[in-house]
Design a protein around this ligand. Structure first.
Ligand SMILES: Nc1ncnc2c1ncn2[C@@H]1O[C@H](COP(=O)(O)OP(=O)(O)OP(=O)(O)O)[C@@H](O)[C@H]1O
Length: 333
């Protein structure tokens, strides 16, 4: 039985914001009683993550991802609920806790801007109280894999974004933490650097059983790394499970595009398992609810009735699936 690295129960974070009343009378009333609006950025979520899991934490802008990560790393205090990370309360056992996690926020740096990368590493090594021997063994490998050796004597401000991000990742791993929080680690990076970072994350996950919670807008990152995804919508978890399950559950079947030889004014079939959408005079798009067999049944039915110029089966990408989930607001669990 693997250990739970993260245990969250009924976690909630509310933000209060003032809302001003309109008009002179409103302004006058604001003087005496303030009007508060309460927003639950994280709305009573529960989850557990086991040692060695790589979990994608996804959702639209404003869904509450960063707020969750901030609570899990002890930067923000919850309004209510409980958090146990590496067996500790992130907020209370601060010093010991910080030494048990690694954090990379894509937008923020933990490296000192004006000094050489290796000086930052040296300082962090002291902060985390890593022995010379551990540092040499572990970081030698990290530096080699992330190919940052030639960058170590440069000041951070002289690095490109991709170079800096690789150094950030190395910095977060100086103490070889069992748990790594990555918030948009590949934002703005080119494909080659992205691939390098993914490969590296896979390696440390295999080698050290490092648990990784990854927030990203880049679903290809998720596809490459995470078996499990947690999908957040308006502060609530709307899906927690395998990525491929999300794919099969959310898309009832496939889309088939029919291009007919001549104009077609009505949907080409009346099967209840198909939703039709006309794209132009001769092209219709069928969304088929069902498996492969259903898809071929629909195709053969249509082809027999109408002369066809072209048929194309579209696999729906994860990106579209997730958009679809948002649009339809469906909870699938
Ligand atoms: N300090 C704050 N004060 C007031 N409201 C906040 C604060 N921080 C976040 N919010 C609000 O809480 C909600 C969730 O924000 P959060 O940053 O967690 O979302 P997110 O999923 O990380 O979004 P993004 O993908 O844009 O980073 C948003 O509506 C945001 O406006």
């Amino acid at each position: 039985m693997k250990m739970n690295i993260i245990e969250v129960e009924d976690l909630r974070k509310e933000f209060k914001s003032h809302s001003s009343r309109s008009g002179l009378q409103g302004a006058f009333r604001d003087l005496f009683t303030r009007n508060y609006k309460v927003l639950a950025a994280v709305d009573n979520i529960s989850l557990t993550i086991k040692q060695g899991e790589m979990v994608g934490y996804i959702g639209e802008n404003g869904a509450g991802k960063s707020t969750t990560i901030k609570m899990l790393t002890g930067i923000l205090t919850p309004t209510s609920g409980s958090i146990l990370v590496n067996g500790m309360n992130p907020h209370k056992e601060r010093e010991q806790f910080v030494r048990s996690i690694g954090v990379v926020f894509g937008q923020r740096s933990q490296l000192w801007w004006d000094i050489a990368v290796q000086e930052s590493f040296r300082l962090l090594k002291k902060v985390y109280r890593v022995s010379d021997e551990d540092y040499k063994n572990h970081m030698g490998h990290v530096i080699e894999t992330l190919e940052i050796g030639p960058l170590l004597d440069k000041p951070v401000r002289k690095l490109s974004l991709g170079q800096r991000m690789r150094c950030e990742l190395a910095a977060a791993l100086i103490h070889n933490p069992p748990l790594l929080f990555l918030d948009e680690p590949t934002i703005g990076l080119d494909v080659l650097v992205k691939l390098k970072i993914r490969k590296f994350l896979k390696e440390i996950n295999e080698q050290y059983k490092t648990t990784i919670l990854l927030t990203t807008h880049d679903l290809t990152d998720i596809e490459a790394l995470c078996e499990r995804v947690i999908l957040l919508d308006e502060g609530k978890i709307v899906y927690d499970g395998k990525l491929n399950q999300l794919q099969t559950n959310a898309v009832e079947g496939k889309q088939v595009e029919f291009q007919f030889l001549s104009e077609l004014v009505a949907p080409p079939s009346t099967s209840p398992n198909v939703q039709w959408q006309q794209k132009n005079a001769t092209t219709w798009l069928a969304t088929v609810n069902g498996d492969e067999q259903m898809v071929s049944k629909v195709i053969s039915e249509v082809v027999q009735k109408h002369p066809i110029k072209n048929v194309r089966i579209n696999e729906i990408s994860t990106e579209e699936i997730i958009r679809k989930i948002y649009e339809e607001g469906m909870a699938i669990s």
